[in-house]
Design a binder for this molecule. Structure first.
Ligand code: TXA
Ligand code: MG
Length: 346
């Protein structure tokens, strides 16, 4: 299949949306930009489209898809009820990088929810995403637009790399603003449960709705222990994810100097080092990829998936990553880095 690229630029957008709608209406798939990462979209109420999404990504079919909507009221027909707390979160954070899990209505096929009786819904803030979602008459099911197991896509080039030839079209936009997938909160439990950390933090959420539980399977400790006893409630969180092809290790240290020293000792030909601009001069050997200046943790996050993908094109078989916590990145960023490292910490 030939994958068409549609421009999301202002002067082309209307024509692009018209074509994207035709493709989605006929059951085809369109990747599109959002503020978190690029999504791989299909008609979320169509069994056939959902099956195609799983096939295009090579994704296990027990891993449910998030439904994306363009207006808050589009949520109503998709779910059984909207609790007061859910209403508060929606008022505060939608449109934005927050996904909420509800009991699903009969309208939503089990193929979309990976067989679950619940459904995850999000309303993206990205203007191109919003325009696309308002153009069609159904929610758009969209996992991250990467091949299963690979880092999520934050640039249109990443989407081309993974999905060209596998989907009908790509609506192009700028690089993803945040660069990390949405925060997911399960609203079906008595006390809402954080299933995946993201740009919207636990503290942000607790400020609006009070107490929140955290799925124990997503904690740092659990990722590092590679515990298989704890099955995450968001099925996707159990799979190896975000992983570059080379084996990766997160290197910590009591101080920055110690961390750099520990990596330097291991640096050699065929070794990749994930670092920051300020440390470029510190390493004599190894293939460096920098996430940007240590002074800007938001940018370090935004560049993370791109950097992980860069290593796949470099002659490295092992990667040592600096402990980004030292630069003040969020818990959500550390969660992805640790998962990319398969829980390997030195
Ligand atoms: O930011 C995002 O959320 C991006 C953009 C495209 O919107 N999408 C995304 O989708 O990250 P995906 O499929 O890569 O990750 C969705 C996660 C998976 O871990 C999945 O298991 C979980 O959401 N999930 C989906 N529906 C669920 C449900 N009903 N209950 C629990 N977890 C669910
Ligand atoms: Mg994903």
């Amino acid at each position: 299949m030939k994958t068409e690229i549609f421009s999301g630029q202002q002067n082309h957008l209307q024509a692009s949306l018209k074509r994207c709608k035709e493709i989605l209406d006929s059951g085809g798939l369109i990747a599109f930009p959002t503020e978190t990462v690029y999504g791989l979209g299909g008609n979320g109420l169509s069994t056939e489209s959902s099956k195609k999404i799983y096939a295009a990504k090579g994704r296990p079919s027990d891993n449910p898809l998030i439904l994306h909507i363009g207006r808050k009221e589009d949520l109503i027909p998709l779910v059984k009820n909207i609790s007061e707390k859910a209403g508060k979160l929606i008022d505060r954070f939608w449109p934005g990088p927050l996904t909420l899990v509800f009991e699903k209505s009969d309208l939503v096929p089990l193929e979309t929810t990976g067989g679950l009786s619940t459904v995850a819904v999000r309303m993206p803030a990205d203007p191109i995403a919003n325009a696309l979602l308002r153009t069609v008459d159904y929610p758009v099911a969209a996992p991250s637009a990467n091949l299963s197991g690979r880092p999520s896509t934050t640039k249109v080039e990443h989407v081309v790399e993974d999905l060209s030839g596998r989907i009908e079209g790509i609506l192009s936009g700028d690089d993803s603003e945040i660069g990390l997938e949405s925060t997911i909160v399960d609203m079906t439990s008595e006390i809402p449960t954080l299933l995946r950390p993201g740009f919207i933090t636990r503290e942000d959420l607790e400020e609006v709705i009070g107490e929140l539980q955290v799925d124990p399977a997503i904690t740092e400790k659990s990722i590092m222990e590679k515990r298989t006893v704890l099955v995450p409630k968001a099925p996707g969180m159990k799979y190896r994810h975000y992983a570059p092809k080379a084996e990766m290790f997160l290197v910590s240290g009591d101080s920055e100097m110690e961390m750099v020293k520990r990596i330097s000792e291991r640096a050699a030909t065929g070794v990749g080092i994930l670092t920051v601009d300020e440390h470029r001069e510190c390493y004599e050997k190894g293939v460096l990829v920098s996430l940007g200046s240590r002074e800007n943790p938001t940018l370090l996050t935004k560049h993370l998936f791109d950097a992980l993908r860069q290593f796949d094109h470099l002659p490295v078989t092992r990667i040592y990553a600096e402990d980004l916590r030292l630069y003040g990145v969020s818990d959500a960023t550390m969660n992805r880095l640790l998962k990319a490292a398969g829980g390997n910490v030195i």
